[in-house]
Design a protein around this ligand. Structure first.
Ligand code: OFO
Length: 172
């Protein structure tokens, strides 16, 4: 059985994951509008992963005979000046999620909730990968700068890498 505090914190995490889903879907729509179909495809895959994270928490709460409470999701941003700005926003979001996961782990340990602590380790590892793949694209975009053909090539590469987000190719 989950404590009320733990249950509420896990429900907040569902909300954060769904808000990541919503934000990345908005980034996807922005890339579609810009005609960057490879970027759009990559980001869509990433947004779907966020939905999967939310559902993992949803299932876990039920497994522990807890109660899922869905909370409102704020309106995401709709526009970015550049592809780089959109990815930098995504990285900030990932860092926020990482901090929230770390706080959840702290709470689980404080409450000696070993099952939740164990469950959360998957998220701890996942966040390392999530930050790394977004950071890799940022590095590529920084290197490309205003060089149009470089952006075109990266768009093509990202469009071909919509399998695991960890498979993000380098632009160089
Ligand atoms: Fe759910 O990992 Fe990204 O935010």
């Amino acid at each position: 059985m989950l404590s009320d505090r733990m249950q509420s914190a896990l429900n907040d995490q569902i909300n954060l994951e769904l808000s990541a889903f919503y934000t990345y879907l908005s980034v996807t729509a922005y890339f579609e509008e810009q005609g960057l179909r490879g970027f759009a495809s990559w980001m869509r895959h990433h947004s779907n992963e966020e939905m999967m994270h939310a559902m993992k928490l949803y299932d876990y709460i039920h497994e522990r005979r807890g109660r899922v409470t869905l909370l409102p999701i704020g309106e995401p941003p709709h526009n970015w000046a550049t592809a780089l700005a959109a990815f930098e926003d995504a990285l900030r979001h990932e860092q926020k999620v990482t901090a929230a996961i770390n706080r959840l782990v702290d709470l689980a340990r404080e409450e000696r909730d070993h099952a939740t602590n164990s469950f959360l380790q998957w998220f701890v590892d996942e966040q390392v990968e999530e930050e790394a793949v977004v950071d890799a694209v940022i590095n590529d975009l920084q290197r490309i700068g205003d060089f149009g053909p470089g952006l075109y090539m990266l768009d093509r590469q990202l469009g071909g890498s919509e399998v695991e987000s960890g498979d993000t190719p380098s632009a160089t």
